[in-house]
Ligand binder design. Structure first.
Ligand code: T3D
Length: 275
């Protein structure tokens, strides 16, 4: 299935990375720091669906055009922003979340390939949590993460209430969410919120190298690892061990396991192909 033509709001590009292809999706509303309106949501979902359905794609990278990664909800979008006139009816933000943000989080966490966020600039509100939903987050040193929700009277959404305490623990999660301060990328790495912080001029090459590396790995095992870790958060140890046995049983029957062991024995690089 070809990637859809989504000029404008999400730029899709496919690059050969040796063992497979890396699909890079660039949020492209730079004048609004790539804040989400309905069209951007639709374009991103279409691009993620297409990447998921394209058997050539073995890793997805999400990044932003211009100086921002994503500033969350577009606070000027008439479909979502409150009308400030006295007596105007409130907007249904719950509906907005059900329509756009929940499917986005679920899409990201069930992608059949690993997803890397290459955070090129400020990531605020839903934009911060979009990045944190990805499997690996690499950020430019000048980038920052802001749980901006409390500043406008909202709770962290786009998975924030679930993700933050799991990533950094309750004390830090509440500090970030209640205060809404700008967290520089370097500190985000030190807290364990993200995987890596690199110099700005190294972001694109670092993300590309990480994606190429993931693309050459056993995709199905990587995705099962994400699935098991997400599920384990609500399981006791015994249930998590059951789940590990179940996943390992499946993976043990797959081509990539045979290939991995054969490559080890033959002292050569493996050629993984399952997806
Ligand atoms: O509908 C709902 O509200 C429910 C869903 C909620 C999910 C959420 O994401 S809630 C959180 C929404 N996001 C924010 O509150 C962040 C708002 N933005 C900012 O606080 C700042 O812009 C930043 C800290 C992200 C960056 O600051 P700075 O100084 O680097 O840039 P700036 O000058 O503020 O912004 C540059 C332009 O982007 C500016 O436009 P202009 O004046 O040059 O024409 C600004 O208005 C625009 N922009 C930034 N964020 C948004 C935005 N436009 C629309 N929506 C935005 N979220």
């Amino acid at each position: 299935m070809p990637l859809p033509d989504t000029p404008g709001l999400v730029l899709s590009s496919l690059a050969d990375a040796g063992a497979g292809r890396v699909c890079t999706l660039t949020l492209n509303r730079p004048a609004q720091l790539n804040a989400f309106n309905g069209e951007l949501h639709e374009a991103l979902m279409a691009a993620l669906d297409a990447a998921a359905a394209d058997a050539r794609v073995r890793c997805v990278v999400i990044t932003g055009a211009g100086r921002g990664f994503c500033a969350g909800q577009d606070l000027a979008d008439p479909a979502a922003a409150p009308e400030l006139a006295p007596g105007a009816p409130p907007k249904d933000l719950g509906g907005l979340i059900e329509r756009h943000y929940r499917p986005l989080v679920q899409r990201l966490r069930t992608m059949p390939v690993p997803v890397v966020a290459a955070v090129n600039g400020v990531a605020a509100g839903a934009g911060a949590n979009l990045a944190l939903c990805c499997d690996l987050v690499v950020a430019a040193r000048s980038a920052s993460f802001i749980q901006a929700f409390a500043k406008i009277g909202l709770v962290p959404d786009t998975g924030g209430t679930w993700l933050l305490p799991r990533l950094v623990g309750r004390a830090r999660a509440l500090g970030l969410a209640l205060l809404g301060d700008k967290l520089p990328a370097e500190q985000a790495q030190q807290l364990g919120l993200i995987w890596q912080c690199v110099d700005d001029d190294q972001l694109a090459t670092t993300a590309a190298a990480l994606a190429a590396r993931l693309a050459a790995m056993p995709t199905r095992a990587l995705v099962a690892t994400r699935q098991a870790m997400d599920a384990a958060g609500t399981m006791d140890l015994s249930t998590a061990l059951d789940e590990e046995a179940h996943l390992q049983r499946d993976l043990g029957r797959a081509h990539d396991y045979l290939e991995g062991v054969a490559a080890f024995r033959e002292k050569r690089a493996p050629r993984f192909s399952d997806r």
